[in-house]
Design a protein around this ligand. Structure first.
Ligand SMILES: Nc1nc2c(ncn2[C@@H]2O[C@H](COP(=O)(O)OP(=O)(O)OP(=O)(O)O)[C@@H](O)[C@H]2O)c(=O)[nH]1
Ligand SMILES: [Mg+2]
Length: 305
C-alpha cells in the first residue's frame, strides 16, 4: 500500500471529523462571503491547525480569491489545498543520512513514541540494506534499554547500552566507537524525555551533541523531534520549546491513527519551519511512513469524484 492509501486509513478519525465538516462548508456555501469564511476558519481550528497557521492561511486564501477572481467553492477548495501543500514544504523531506556513519539523535517528551519510532526507522533502514547501531541514551530506567534491545533484535540492528543510571553522553561515546569499529551506516540515539526541567534537558542534550560533534565532526546529523499527534496544541508548544533548546532538524508525528486532530501536522510544519519526515499511524514497523506532503493534503481533503 502506498503512502496515499495508508495515510487515508491512518487519518480515518481526522477525516471523519474534519473532512466531512469541511465538505459541508464547501457544498452549503451559496457564495464566497463572510459566512463562508467564518465557517471555514472554525472548521480548520477544530482540526487543530492552530490559530496562527489558520490566520495566515485565511489571509492568503482571501488574497487569492480577490486577486484571481475566484467565484466557485471548487476553485477556493483547490487553492486552499495548494496553500496547505506549500505550508508543508519547508525543507527536504528525506532523512539526511548522506555520510557513513550518519547520526540521528531522537528527542521528545516521555511516551510520545521515541523508542518505537527508532525501532521502526531501524527496521526500514536495515531492510534497505543499511547497517544500523542503536544507542540506548535513555538510561533513566533499565526497561528503556530493554525495549530498544527488542527493536534491535526485531530489526537486525546492533545495540550499545550500559547500566541503568549511566551517563547518557558516555553511552553515546561508546556507541560511536562501536559504530566506527564496525563501519555502521547509521547511528540512532534514543534519549530520555523525563528530565525534570528545561535546563536539565538542555544540558543533557547539549552534552550528547558535543560528543557527537567532537567524535564525528563531518557526519550528517539529524535531530529528530518526536511528537504525539494526539496531544494537539500541547504538542505544538513542546515543538517550539525543543526547537529553541535542541536545534531540531526534522519531526516525526506519531499516533495519528488515534486522533481526530491530524491538522497538527500542518500546524507544526508551519510554526517550526522544519520538515515533518515521518508520520506514525500504528504500532507495527510499517506503520511509520516517510512523509509525502501532497498526498497528505489530498488524503485529508479529497477532491469530488
Ligand atoms: N497507535 C499508535 N501507537 C503508537 C505509535 N507510535 C508509538 N505508539 C505507542 O506509544 C507508546 C509509547 O511509545 P514509546 O516508543 O515507548 O515512547 P517513548 O517516547 O520512547 O517513551 P519514554 O521512553 O517513556 O519516554 C507505545 O505503546 C507505542 O506502541 C503510533 O503511530 N500509533
Ligand atoms: Mg523510550
Amino acid at each position: 500500500m502506498g503512502f496515499f492509501d495508508k495515510i487515508k486509513q491512518g487519518l480515518a478519525k481526522t477525516r471523519a471529523a474534519f473532512s466531512n465538516t469541511l465538505e459541508e462548508v464547501f457544498s452549503n456555501a451559496d457564495a464566497i462571503d463572510e459566512d463562508f469564511y467564518e465557517e471555514l476558519e472554525e472548521t480548520l481550528i477544530l482540526a487543530d491547525l492552530g490559530m496562527d497557521t489558520v490566520t495566515k492561511l485565511m489571509e492568503e486564501l482571501r488574497r487569492r480569491v480577490v486577486n484571481r477572481g475566484l467565484t466557485t467553492t471548487e476553485h477556493v477548495k483547490f487553492n486552499l489545498k495548494l496553500i496547505l501543500k506549500d505550508m508543508l514544504k519547508v525543507g527536504d523531506p528525506a532523512l539526511n543520512i548522506s555520510t557513513k556513519p550518519s547520526v540521528i539523535l531522537v528527542i521528545g517528551v516521555n511516551g510520545v513514541g521515541k523508542t518505537t519510532t527508532i525501532g521502526k526507522i531501524a527496521k526500514q533502514l536495515v531492510d534497505q540494506g543499511k547497517s544500523v547501531t542503536l544507542v540506548a541514551g535513555d538510561t533513566f530506567r533499565a526497561a528503556a534499554a530493554d525495549q530498544l534491545e527488542i527493536w534491535a533484535e526485531r530489526s537486525g540492528a546492533s545495540i550499545v547500552r550500559q547500566h541503568e543510571g549511566a551517563d547518557p553522553a558516555s553511552v553515546v561515546f561508546d556507541g560511536i566507537q562501536s559504530a566506527k569499529a564496525k563501519g555502521t551506516d547509521v547511528i540512532i540515539i534514543d534519549t530520555a524525555g523525563r528530565l525534570h526541567n528545561k535546563t536539565n534537558l538542555m544540558n543533557e542534550l547539549n552534552k550528547i551533541s558535543r560528543i557527537v560533534n567532537r567524535e564525528l565532526p563531518e557526519a550528517a546529523k539529524e535531530v529528530l523531534l518526536v511528537l504525539d499527534g494526539t496531544t494537539g496544541q500541547n504538542g505544538l508548544i513542546q515543538a517550539k520549546t525543543f526547537k529553541e533548546i535542541a536545534g531540531v532538524t526534522s519531526v516525526a508525528i506519531t499516533k495519528l491513527d488515534g486522533t481526530a486532530k491530524g491538522g497538527i501536522v500542518i500546524a507544526v510544519s508551519d510554526a517550526l519551519k522544519v520538515p515533518v519526515k515521518f508520520v506514525g499511524v500504528g504500532e507495527k514497523a510499517e506503520d511509520l511512513m516517510p512523509f509525502v506532503a501532497d498526498d497528505f493534503v489530498d488524503a485529508l481533503i479529497e477532491d469530488k469524484k
